[in-house]
Design a protein around this ligand. Structure first.
Ligand code: G6P
Length: 484
């Protein structure tokens, strides 16, 4: 039994079957892993899904880590829930990614997938209900598990339940694309929590706005102690027929000490030396590091770089764009074609502008953290231009690791914008020309100004490191529900 439980689709460890049939454990990183390390492993439990064959084999063999429980969900149900709903519907809605004349289509097939999503959420709710001590705190993560709070509340009304949304939340017009009963189930599923957490107020307000305006959930009224419901309060109460839920923000930051320790290891030094050779002496670098993800806006980033080289020929031969875009969610056709389009455009730019001794874009498709850290250290300019992003930790990691200062070109659509906008060069992510202009300004920024801005960006980026981020949520959840 556990007194603190975390639930997420992807867990802290995954297993790969070696050729000889044994299992190789791979540990993941990320904010949640380091956040959870703030508490003792003895009375905590992390519930996650078995993602592939290796994980399923581990469950069958009873192989596992203490404090981690993997759920072996029927692979067909899992595929429908993860690919069919979480990544193809909820991710698309929250990031506004639909090509609206054709998508979305909510038909009989969608209904089957939605049932699978409900069953997959239920598997988590049941596992949590079974493992939680009386009055335990449960911290549910993300859009994969949006129904868990409501389902768990029915099974175990004694628990304190929080839910963290790591993505943006869909604007009301997008949310309303969902069939009415589905969005009602989604929003009420979330409102089963005692506390709902977002990275920024933009996403928190989007949630509250959608839940309030939607007639389906019209019974949920925002109540605030000051009587001013929208701005100026740090939380909201929802007096719905089910219960009261508080909405707050915890903008995840980075741990400077941990990250610098990783970034200044000898293997990163070596990687950096190799990268410097690849770039060539005296050249500036514009870096980006992303999953090849539709919301990251990699194509418009490349178009902006091309416009920079066209409009400002003085940069030709003097700058290299280091674009790390490693594969993600390749089960989905939209991601496969996007990945192909990114590579094609990068190739075209290289053909158009490249010379015998200068390759304008170096694309890396390896998910290689050592290389990313080397890129972070050397980058003169960082391009972080997502159309919409829950937070974006790359924008926070680069200033912390940078050796000589790095000018940050940052999209207004990133959650990190709310904390970093003062010292970043901010851009509308759809405006390719403005992005090209911002790249030019970033490349031209005097070294002293760049260093000063980087220092302030690093301070903002480390305001809420993962362990505190996690402990503050836990403290919020433990607060007397009737107290203020
Ligand atoms: C986003 C989500 C995470 C997810 C990650 C990687 O950051 O908020 O929950 O784990 O993307 O996506 P994947 O589908 O590979 O887990």
């Amino acid at each position: 039994m556990a007194s603190v439980l975390v639930a997420s689709n992807r867990g802290p460890v995954s297993y790969v079957r070696r050729d000889d049939g044994t299992l190789d454990a791979r540990r993941g990183g990320g904010g949640l892993v380091s956040g959870l390390s703030a508490i003792s492993a003895e009375d905590s439990l992390w519930v996650c899904a078995a993602l592939g064959e290796g994980d399923r084999e581990a469950v069958r063999q009873g192989v596992g880590e203490p404090g981690v429980r993997m759920l072996d969900i029927d692979p067909a149900v899992y595929a429908d829930a993860y690919n069919g709903i979480a990544n193809s519907v909820l991710w698309f809605l929250h990031h506004h990614l639909y090509d609206v004349p054709r998508e979305p289509v909510f038909d009989a097939e969608f209904r089957l997938r939605w049932e699978a999503y409900r069953a997959y959420n239920r598997a988590f709710a049941e596992a949590l209900a079974e493992a939680a001590d009386e009055g335990a705190c449960v911290l549910v993560q993300d859009y994969h598990l949006a129904l868990v709070p409501g389902q768990l509340r029915e099974l175990r009304p004694d628990l304190r339940i929080g839910h963290f949304t790591h993505t943006p939340w869909a604007s009301t017009d997008y949310l309303r694309m969902l069939p009415q009963d589905v969005r009602e189930e989604l929003v009420w599923g979330m409102l089963g929590a005692d506390e709902l957490w977002f990275h920024t107020w933009s996403w928190a307000f989007a949630f509250m706005n959608g839940a309030h305006i939607d007639s389906a959930v019209g019974a949920a009224q925002p109540l605030s102690p000051t009587g001013t419901p929208w701005r100026g309060v740090d939380h909201m109460h929802w007096g719905g027929p089910k219960r009261t839920t508080r909405v707050r923000t915890f903008p995840l930051g980075v741990d400077a000490e941990d990250l610098r320790a990783l970034a200044y290891r000898p293997e990163v030094d070596e990687r950096l030396a190799r990268l410097r050779e690849e770039v060539g002496p005296g050249r500036r670098t514009i870096a980006r590091v992303d999953r090849t993800e539709l919301s990251k806006n990699i194509l418009r980033g490349l178009l902006a770089y091309r416009e920079l080289l066209t409009a400002r020929p003085e940069w030709r031969g003097r700058v290299v764009h280091l674009a790390s875009a490693y594969p993600s969610r390749q089960d989905l056709e939209a991601y496969r074609s996007y990945t192909a389009a990114v590579r094609e455009l990068a190739d075209r730019i290289n053909e158009e502008f490249g010379t015998a001794d200068w390759q304008p874009v170096l694309v890396s498709v390896q998910d290689d953290f050592t290389r990313s850290l080397a890129v972070y250290r050397m980058a003169d300019v960082a391009l972080v231009n997502p159309v919409r992003d829950g937070m974006n930790l790359v924008a926070k990691e680069i200033p912390v690791v940078s050796e000589a200062g790095c000018a940050l070109v940052l999209s207004e659509g990133a959650g990190a914008y709310e904390e970093l906008r003062e010292d970043a060069l901010t851009v509308n992510p759809y405006d390719v020309s403005a992005t090209a202009q911002a790249l030019h300004e970033a490349l031209s920024m005097p070294a002293a100004e760049r260093a000063e801005r980087t220092e302030r960006l690093a301070a903002a980026a480390t305001a809420l490191p993962p362990q505190r981020w996690f402990l503050e949520q836990l403290a919020a959840l433990r607060e007397d529900p009737d107290g203020e």
